[in-house]
Design a protein around this ligand. Structure first.
Ligand code: FES
Length: 134
């Protein structure tokens, strides 16, 4: 079992209110199924946190989840699948946890986290980048 300090925890936030456009408007929604699948994929390890969230503002491109880490970028993903992407999210979170530059590596990232990337948001203490492209 792996443990990390609170400062370097990686968290998967799964939107439990997401549904696909053809799903009924009632519950349980497929987002909750994705959250359950993500917890199952985590297994007995506690190296990653999995939390529920109600709406990431990505409703038209659900199912949705975010992966974040302190002092690192935050990634929002869409077009996830409840039957496929529990393990995808855990693999992405573990890959992100292993990075040393605060970015989720592209190489080795599961395909749904490449094709389904909606946004990446810099850390709170981000100083910005120079306007000139190099
Ligand atoms: S309901 Fe899931 S992003 Fe809005």
């Amino acid at each position: 079992m792996t443990t990390k300090s609170a400062a370097d925890r990686t968290t998967v936030l799964v939107c439990i209110t997401c549904r696909t456009p053809t799903d009924p408007d009632d519950t349980p929604r497929k987002g909750l199924a994705l959250a359950d699948a993500t917890r199952i994929a985590l297994g007995d390890e506690i190296d990653v946190d999995v939390k529920h969230v109600r709406c990431l503002g990505n409703c038209n491109r659900g199912l949705s989840a975010a992966i974040r880490r302190d002092n690192a970028w935050t990634y929002v993903f869409g077009h996830l699948d409840a039957t496929r992407d529990g393990p995808t999210l855990i693999a992405g979170a573990r890959l992100f946890a292993s990075s040393t530059d605060g970015l989720m590596p592209w190489r080795g990232r599961p395909d749904p986290l490449k094709k389904g990337l909606i946004a990446r948001v810099p850390p709170i203490d981000f100083d910005g980048e120079p306007a000139e492209l190099t």
